[in-house]
Ligand binder design. Structure first.
Ligand code: HEM
Length: 470
């Protein structure tokens, strides 16, 4: 026993000495490693990671490494290095996310490396701009139905109202109508479990705690049932195969529910906070709201004048892609909300020594890029903190060309495969909800929470609204 204590003590002293005084390679970037071995700067970093990154950049320059909880994260902050981040053969997406995928969706390492490329290719192929267009009529029906469930008037937290409409609509659109929570009771239960899972996703991917692990198991068993239903209803839903059914054609059924859960998370977790911000930015910017409403009313109001039963038709407002094209300002508002509340960080793993500026980044480091901070570079986005939809006028959105310096969807071969769907879905939703309802904000616009690096930003405080059917 004494021997074990002695060996442990000596090991800790050696490791501490190495971490505190050990020389980094002369070509390594500045390193923030804190005072406690292994734990590193985890405490300071964990308190507000988004702010920590910005302070570190100001103090240490454009490339720096943060050691936290045994992990080395090297941040790349210069736009000229982004291409290397996205395309270098010395970095790898799958190796970077594998552990998190294992912890959040119980997909084993071997299975992930074997099946992920096929899975990514299917999702990308099914969500091209052309295929996304085919999903839009059904999505519009779903939005109409669930928006009407809000009733003629009411009040509540804006993000809760948005979730209550978007969760069931998007699930039905991507996974099949039979798989969307149908009664308000099942919707509520799904909402609670998914919110716990999503809120704890970042920490759960590293240190799963009880309540979070329960929500994961609950969702996995829900997905198992969804897969069964998707197989039973193959070809019976009149809109053709759903994304889940397409996945079933290449993914072994043992892991299909697990990939289904990841897809569900990816499709909701980023898009819903952005929808919240897009609506909240518009409601708190009267000039932008007026321009957006003039477009929305001109385009969607037009269909009322052609119909006989206007009241009933307003409950079922058709929004086609053609209509969306006639509302470019609304799309600029969506893009501006994505820019301002972009993911805190995206990641790749360094697999071979990587030359970056004058540094050599060692294999094993996680290479990090923060879209959130990249979008605050005044060279690309003048007055970066301001909500200025007009800046998107110079982007050729019709041709799916976004602004230089915009990296909210990542890049390279692992760029977000759902990006065209996301833009269409948000554009349609914002136009519809503002066409159908008048809102009054009850709280000031909240700030984004600095707590999350994974995914788009959540509001830091409440944002209650009062609403009335128009
Ligand atoms: C505004 C909304 C969204 C944002 C900002 C966003 C952003 C991102 C980012 C940054 C990545 C990682 C890319 C990289 O590392 O280079 C990603 C991956 C992914 N996204 Fe999105 N996303 C959004 C909406 C969606 C939607 C609606 C879907 C599905 C319909 C989706 C499906 C996915 C999937 C499946 C992946 C993982 C790809 C892979 O495993 O290779 N996303 N997204």
């Amino acid at each position: 026993m004494e021997w074990i204590t002695l060996i442990l003590t000596v090991s800790i002293v050696i490791i501490s000495f190495h971490l505190l005084f050990g020389k980094s390679s002369p070509n390594a970037p500045p390193c923030i490693r804190g005072w406690i071995p292994w734990f590193g700067a985890a405490f300071e970093f964990g308190k507000a990671p988004l702010h920590f990154i910005q302070q570190a950049r100001a103090k240490y320059g454009p490339v720096f490494t943060i050691v936290a909880a045994g992990k080395r994260m090297t941040f790349v902050t210069l736009n000229e290095d982004f291409r290397l981040f996205f395309t270098s053969k010395d970095v790898d997406f799958e190796q970077a996310v594998q552990e998190a995928v294992h912890n959040t969706a119980s997909i084993s390492k071997d299975c992930f490396f074997e099946t992920h490329p096929a899975c990514h290719a299917i999702i990308k192929g099914r969500l091209t701009p052309g295929n996304t267009a085919m999903l839009s009529p059904h999505l519009c029906e779903e939005f109409n139905e669930h928006l009407e469930n809000l009733g003629p008037e009411g009040s509540g937290q804006l993000n809760e109202l948005i979730k209550s409409v978007m969760y069931p609509s998007v699930m039905s659109n991507l996974l099949g109508r039979c798989n969307s929570p149908s009664s308000s009771l099942t919707r509520q239960e799904f909402l609670e479990k998914f919110t716990t899972y999503d809120d704890g996703f970042e920490y759960g991917s590293q240190l799963p705690e009880m309540d979070w692990a329960n929500s994961k198991q609950w969702l996995l068993s829900l997905l198992r049932n969804m897969v069964i239903k998707a197989e039973e209803t193959l070809n019976s839903e009149n809109s053709g195969k759903t994304l889940l059914q397409h996945l079933a054609s290449s993914i072994d059924e043992t892991y299909l529910p697990n990939y289904g859960l990841l897809l569900l998370w990816a499709s909701l977790a980023n898009a819903i906070p952005i929808t919240f911000w897009a609506v909240a930015f518009l409601l708190s910017n009267p000039a932008s709201y007026k321009i957006a409403m003039d477009q929305i009313n001109a385009v969607l109001g037009d269909q009322d004048s052609h119909c006989l039963v206007c009241i009933e038709d307003k409950q079922k407002t058709t929004v086609t892609l053609d209509h969306l094209q006639q509302m470019p300002y609304v799309k600029w508002c969506i893009m501006e909300a994505i820019r301002l509340r972009a993911p805190g960080a995206i990641t790749r793993k360094v697999v071979r020594p990587l030359k970056l500026q004058n540094y050599i980044i060692p294999p094993g480091d996680m290479l990090m890029l923060s879209p959130y901070w990249a979008h605050r570079n005044p060279k690309y986005f003048p007055e970066p903190e301001d909500f200025k939809p007009e800046r998107w006028e110079t982007a050729d959105l019709e041709k799916n060309v976004l602004l230089e310096g915009f990296v909210a969807f990542g890049g390279g071969k692992n760029q977000c495969p759902g990006r065209w769907y996301a833009i269409m879905e948000l554009h349609m939703f914002v136009a519809l909800i503002l066409y159908k309802f008048d809102f009054t904000l009850q709280d000031p616009l909240p700030k984004p929470s600095p707590l999350h690096l994974v995914g788009t930003q959540q509001p830091d405080g409440p944002c209650a609204v009062w609403y009335k059917h128009r």
